[in-house]
Design a binder for this molecule. Structure first.
Ligand code: GLC
Length: 584
C-alpha cells in the first residue's frame, strides 16, 4: 500500500528543467480593450505589438490573445466567420505575423484562442448549410434537426442557451417555408458544429496547422467541454449554464434553476461527454508534429477552458496524451476565507499531480467581474454576473487590498499562473455602465436579468493625461472608461514602489528568481485559522515562506527571515489583515 500523502505536503517540487508551460506566467490580452493604434476606439493587433515591451518588462512568459479573427462580433469575436484571417477591426494577417515575430524577439510566447464549439452564422459553412437544405452534407457540419410537434414548429428539445432563451433557432428554407432548427448553446449567431462529423475534425486540424505554421506556441480552447453532445440530444430540465452561471434566465421557460453548489451541480447532456477526449488526443498529435525532437522548449500547448464541477473532471482534459493545461476555475470561484483557499489549493495540486499535469491559477478573465471588484463584496457573496449602477457596489479600497493579497498568494504557488490584462494595474470593473451601452449578448438575451461581462472589458488606461487615458490616439473607446481609471493609468504607476504595477513586476521577477513555479508546497503549522502559511521550495533552493493574513489580528512574522515582497504595508513589522508577504 502506498503511504497516504502527508496533508502538510500536498505537492513535491519538479525538476528545474521542466517544460515552460508547467510554470509559465501567461498574460491574457483582450485585443479590443488592450491598446488602439488606429484611433477607432477599438483595440487592435498593432496596438498589442506596440505594448509588447511593457509586457516584457512586466516579466510574463507568454500572452494569450482572445479572438481576433474575422467576425460579425455578435459575441465580441467568439463568433468566428473565418478562422484563417484577421478581422479588419483588429488589423491584417501581416499584423498578426508581426506581433508573433516581435513577441518572440522579446522572449514572449504567443497563444491564440480557438473557438471550436461553434462558428459564426456568417461563416461560409453555415451559409452553405442554409442554402443546401435538409439532409445535405453541408447541414451535417452543424446540429440541424427537424422541429417537434405536428408541424415541426416546436424546437427539437428543451435546451436553453447559456446566454438566455432557447438554444434552437428555426431557419427558413430556400423556398421561403419554415424549416429545420439549428442548435446554438450560445447566441443564435453562434451555431454549434457537429463534432461527430469527421469533416469537422479534419477542418480544425487544418486550422491548428495554419496557426502553428505562422509560429504560434499554442491555443486556449474555448468551451472545450461542450464539443460533443449526448446521442439523441435528450431533454434537460436544468438551466443550461456554465459553472456559476445558473439561475433564472429571464425567459418564461427557464426551467428549474440548477443547484448553485458547484460540487453537486449535475452537468447536462451538452457538457463533458466522454467522446470529447478523443478530439483532444488528435489535436495533441498535430501539435507534436511541430516538435519532432521532443525538445521541451519547443512544446506547443493546449489550454482548456472547461467550467466543470470538480478538479477531477477538469483534470481528465490534461491527461498525458490530451491537453497541457486547463483553467482552474475553482480557484477563481473560491471565497476569501483561509480554509476555502487552502482547500482549493490542496485539491488543485493533488488532482493535477494524479494525472501528471501542472495546475494553473487564475483570478480574472474577460468573462467574470475583475477580482479587484469581486473581492470588495462581502465575503461569501455569490460571484456576480456583472455589476451595474443598481447593484450592491463593491468597496474599491478593500477590493484592491484583497486583490493584491490574493495575487501575491497566487504568484507564490507552484504551477502556471494567468493574468488578465489590466489586473496588474489593479483595475476594478466599470460597475455603473449605462445599460444602453452594454454589448454582451447575455444582457440582451436575458432582457437585462444578467448584466453580463462588459464591465470587465473596458479599455485599459495607459496615460492619465491623454484622451481615452492613452488607450488610443483619440478620445474614443468602445466602452466608456470610469474616472477612477485615470489615477490607475500605467504611467502613474510606473516607478511608484507602492503601486500595483510595481507589485506585479516584483512578484514576477521574484517568482522567476526563486523558481516558485517548479517548487514544492509545504503548509506551515502553528498559525491561526485565518492565516495561510506555506513554504515553496525547489529541489535545491532556499525556500520562500508565504504568509497571508485573512483575519483581523496583526501577525508577528517569524524571526530571522527577510521580507522579499508584501502586498501592503506592514505595521511595525507585523502583518495586517488582507495582506500577503513573501519571506526568505
Ligand atoms: C467562452 C468565452 C466567452 C464566450 C463563450 C462562447 O466561455 O470565454 O467569452 O462568450 O465561450 O464562445
Amino acid at each position: 500500500m502506498p503511504e497516504p500523502p502527508d496533508p502538510a505536503d500536498p505537492h513535491q517540487p519538479i525538476p528545474h528543467s521542466a517544460p515552460w508551460w508547467r510554470h509559465a506566467v501567461i498574460y491574457q490580452v483582450y485585443p479590443r480593450s488592450f491598446a488602439d493604434a488606429d484611433g477607432d476606439g477599438i483595440g487592435d493587433l498593432p496596438g498589442v505589438t506596440s505594448r509588447l515591451p511593457y509586457l516584457a518588462d512586466l516579466g510574463v512568459d507568454a500572452v494569450w490573445l482572445s479572438p481576433f479573427y474575422v467576425s460579425p462580433m455578435a459575441d465580441a469575436g467568439y463568433d468566428v466567420a473565418d478562422y484563417r484571417d484577421v478581422d479588419p477591426l483588429f488589423g491584417t494577417l501581416a499584423d498578426a505575423d508581426e506581433l508573433i515575430a516581435r513577441a518572440h524577439e522579446l522572449g514572449i510566447r504567443v497563444l491564440v484562442d480557438l473557438v471550436p464549439n461553434h462558428t459564426s452564422d456568417e461563416h461560409a459553412w453555415f451559409r452553405e448549410a442554409l442554402a443546401a437544405g435538409p439532409g445535405s452534407r453541408e447541414r451535417a457540419r452543424y446540429v440541424f434537426r427537424d422541429g417537434s410537434g405536428p408541424d415541426g414548429s416546436e424546437p427539437p428539445n428543451n435546451w436553453k442557451s447559456v446566454f438566455g432563451g432557447l438554444a434552437w433557432t428555426r431557419v427558413q428554407e430556400a423556398d421561403g417555408s419554415p424549416g429545420q432548427w439549428y442548435l446554438h448553446l450560445f447566441d443564435d449567431k453562434q451555431p454549434d458544429l457537429d463534432w461527430r462529423n469527421p469533416e469537422v475534425v479534419e477542418e480544425f486540424h487544418d486550422v491548428l496547422r495554419f496557426w502553428l505554421d505562422r509560429g504560434v506556441d499554442g491555443f486556449r480552447v474555448d468551451v472545450a467541454h461542450s464539443l460533443v453532445k449526448a446521442e439523441g440530444l435528450p431533454d434537460w430540465t436544468v438551466r443550461t449554464g456554465m459553472l456559476g452561471d445558473q439561475g433564472e434566465d429571464g425567459t418564461e421557460d427557464a426551467g428549474e434553476p440548477a443547484t448553485t453548489d458547484p460540487r453537486t451541480k449535475e452537468l447536462g447532456p451538452m457538457w463533458d461527454q466522454e467522446e470529447v477526449h478523443e478530439i483532444y488526443r488528435g489535436w495533441r498529435r498535430v501539435l507534436e508534429e511541430y516538435n519532432p525532437s521532443g525538445d521541451p522548449d519547443q512544446d506547443r500547448i493546449l489550454c482548456a477552458e472547461a467550467w466543470l464541477p470538480s478538479q477531477e473532471r477538469t483534470m481528465r482534459y490534461v491527461r498525458p496524451d490530451e491537453m497541457h493545461q486547463a483553467f482552474n476555475f475553482q480557484f477563481l470561484e473560491m471565497s476569501w476565507r483561509a480554509e476555502d483557499v487552502r482547500e482549493v489549493v490542496d485539491t488543485s495540486l493533488r488532482a493535477a499531480d494524479e494525472v501528471g499535469a501542472p495546475t494553473t491559477w487564475v483570478l480574472s478573465n474577460h468573462d467574470v467581474v475583475r477580482h479587484a471588484s469581486r473581492l470588495g463584496l462581502p465575503v461569501g457573496s455569490p460571484r456576480p454576473n456583472g455589476i451595474g449602477a443598481g447593484s450592491e457596489q463593491p468597496n474599491p479600497v478593500l477590493g484592491l487590498r484583497r486583490a493584491r493579497a490574493a495575487t501575491t498568494l497566487m504568484m507564490a504557488l507552484p504551477g502556471s499562473a494567468y493574468v488578465y490584462n489590466g489586473e496588474e494595474l489593479g483595475l476594478p470593473d466599470h460597475t455603473a455602465l449605462p445599460d444602453r451601452l452594454r454589448q454582451d449578448p447575455a444582457f440582451h438575451r436575458t432582457a437585462g436579468v444578467e448584466l453580463g461581462r462588459d464591465g470587465c472589458r473596458v479599455p485599459l488606461p495607459w496615460v492619465a493625461d491623454e484622451p481615452s487615458y492613452g488607450f488610443g490616439p483619440g478620445p474614443r473607446s468602445w466602452l466608456p472608461q470610469p474616472l477612477l481609471y485615470g489615477p490607475l493609468a500605467a504611467d502613474r504607476q510606473e516607478g511608484v514602489s507602492s503601486s500595483t504595477l510595481e507589485l506585479y513586476r516584483t512578484l514576477l521577477r521574484l517568482r522567476r528568481e526563486h523558481d516558485l513555479g517548479v517548487g514544492g508546497l509545504h503548509w506551515e503549522g502553528g498559525w491561526g485559522p485565518d492565516v495561510l502559511a506555506f513554504r515553496n521550495a525547489r529541489e535545491d533552493g532556499r525556500p520562500v515562506t508565504v504568509v497571508a493574513n485573512l483575519g483581523e489580528d496583526l501577525l508577528d512574522l517569524p524571526e530571522g527571515l527577510e521580507v522579499l515582497v508584501a502586498s501592503g504595508r506592514l505595521e511595525d513589522g507585523r502583518l495586517p489583515q488582507d495582506t500577503t508577504v513573501w519571506l526568505a
